[in-house]
Design a protein around this ligand. Structure first.
Ligand SMILES: C[S@@+](CC[C@H](N)C(=O)[O-])C[C@H]1O[C@@H](n2cnc3c(N)ncnc32)[C@H](O)[C@@H]1O
Length: 361
């Protein structure tokens, strides 16, 4: 799975545990799905999942991992398509020029394979499902040979060791079962969502860091639109204008409160990072009136960029990182106090004590 800011990889066992501990929670919506890893974990627990995000790459991951039933695909054909794509002759195209020569996200020999494969996908894919699976394979392969710390607002001064490895497509690990995917603004979606959704998982952007501009290369891979770019990071020109209200300190409180108010599902599970715009008390207050609220704080290492340090464009260390750990807050809201407390308590009991070291009440 790709490197992703705010990805809830470490929270997966906690979130799966909570959902499994609640009675009658069969249908869930992952409203800000990103990599879709939470939706995947819930699909593995036999829950029906609706995956949503504004990003086109997240929609592609959702089609691959959530909406596709592994038992309905022709695995042999997919493997043949991946072999055909890997055999294509390298092409010097937009990806090589923009992300390997004008910037240094990938080594040019890999960029030329990516250009060839990206064009090949649109020729070989017989339908939207195949296209999504092949694109997921390409993005995951590119992520394994990139030269970043996991964000596409900058690249490393010297090539990362992994960038010298040859690009290799793998068949994504598809999951059995059904689900659905949408690409709609979360605040609009909650107003049109089916009434039979039992739980909504809410993991919005928590500060000014825009996902659209931090993962602009994956957007361009999916859209294949060769957009004009700006700056050293060669971001898509539309990164200047496409903004999520959740990234704006001024608007985030209003849109978040509006979102929570509009949700009709009986259970809400909210995760929020301690580096975000809201404090734990502010979120608890916003959830007031939605049901019984309980929360837990878990202690984790910050993302890898923070561990490495702060550098200027010439690669000199220019600052110190203020802290290397942060908290993930999980808020569970439901109609029945006993059910909410039992699900949270059981999860805390099973939790890794390392993460519980700074557990709040
Ligand atoms: C914190 S990340 C979610 C990470 C995800 N839970 C994971 O584990 O990969 C927030 C996500 O919200 C999406 N997003 C931002 N604004 C949105 C909006 N208004 N509606 C829906 N999705 C939005 C971003 O594209 C980003 O993927």
């Amino acid at each position: 799975m790709i490197k992703y800011l705010g990805s809830k990889r470490t929270l997966v066992p906690y979130i799966s545990g909570i959902v499994q501990g609640l009675p009658d929670v069969r249908r869930v919506c992952d409203l800000f799905a990103g990599t879709t890893r939470i939706g995947q974990a819930l699909k593995r627990c036999d829950r029906w999942v609706h995956s949503n995000d504004l990003a086109t790459y997240s929609e592609v991951f959702g089609r691959t991992y959530i909406a596709t039933d592994a038992e309905s695909v022709n695995e042999g054909r997919l493997r043949r398509l991946l072999t055909e794509l890997m055999a294509l002759s390298p092409v010097h195209g937009y990806i090589t020029e923009t992300f390997c020569e004008e910037s240094r996200y990938f080594q040019p020999f890999n960029g030329m394979k990516m250009d060839a494969i990206r064009a090949g996908i649109d020729v070989l894919a017989a339908n939207e499902t195949e296209r999504a699976i092949l694109l997921t394979s390409l993005i995951e392969a590119a992520d394994r040979v990139d030269s970043t710390t996991g964000l596409q607002m900058a690249y490393l001064k010297r090539w990362s060791a992994r960038s010298s490895n040859p690009l290799a497509l793998r068949l994504p690990d598809l999951l059995p079962g059904s689900g659905m995917v949408t690409r709609i603004d979360a605040n609009d979606l909650v107003r049109q969502m089916d009434d039979d959704i039992d739980l909504v998982y809410i993991d919005p952007p928590y500060n000014q860091h825009s996902y659209f501009s931090n993962y602009h290369i994956w957007e361009t891979f999916v859209r294949n639109d060769a957009p004009p770019t700006y700056g050293i990071a060669k971001k898509r020109e539309d990164c200047r204008t496409e903004k999520s209200a959740y990234n704006s300190k001024k608007q985030a409180g209003t849109v978040f409160a509006d979102l929570l108010n509009a949700i009709r599902a009986p259970y809400l599970l909210v995760s929020f990072n301690s580096e975000g715009y809201f404090t734990r008390d502010e979120i608890t207050a916003m959830l007031d009136g939605k049901g019984y609220v309980a929360s837990v704080a878990l202690d984790f290492k910050r993302y890898v960029g923070a561990q490495i340090g702060i550098f200027n464009p010439s690669g000199e260390k220019v600052g110190t990182v203020s802290h290397l750990r942060n908290h993930e807050h999980l808020f569970l809201v439901g109609p029945n106090r006993a059910h909410v407390e039992a699900a949270l308590d059981a999860t805390v009991e099973r939790a890794n004590t390392k993460h519980l070291a700074l557990l709040a009440d």
